[in-house]
Design a protein around this ligand. Structure first.
Ligand SMILES: [Zn+2]
Ligand SMILES: [Zn+2]
Length: 120
């Protein structure tokens, strides 16, 4: 297989995997601070700076930084807003889910993958 085919195959595999993930994808509302340990809703404290407020979790007695607002994205298809998606926890979670799907698709040929891909 020549390198170009290989790149196309990888791209197609990635597309099909993201398609599967998108079917059950729920972007998380990141505007409310969430404890990075237990996931409970945190309280914003007056500390921190404009970019990232310091938040507090009663349950864990734990201080954590909120995800900076300008790093949130709520795109329906993660990756839509390139500048915001990079670094957005939603996008990172999405990519991780896609990566988990990839090994199962490695057994499929280019043609089989094409059949799985639905036109957007
Ligand atoms: Zn907590
Ligand atoms: Zn996004």
């Amino acid at each position: 297989m020549n390198p170009l085919d290989l790149i196309q195959l990888k791209q197609l595999r990635f597309d099909v995997a993201s398609q599967f993930v998108l079917q059950e994808w729920q972007p998380e509302d990141l505007s409310k601070p969430k404890c990075s340990k237990c996931g409970a809703k945190g309280f914003q404290t007056p500390y921190g700076n404009q970019e990232a407020a310091v938040c507090y979790c009663i349950r864990c007695n734990y201080y954590f930084r909120a995800v900076p607002l300008d790093r949130h994205c709520l795109c329906v298809t993660p990756g839509q807003e390139e500048s915001r998606c990079l670094g957005c926890p939603n996008f990172e979670r999405f990519i991780q889910l896609v990566r988990k799907r990839l090994p199962a698709l490695e057994l499929l040929s280019f043609e089989e993958l094409l059949c799985l891909k639905t036109p957007l």
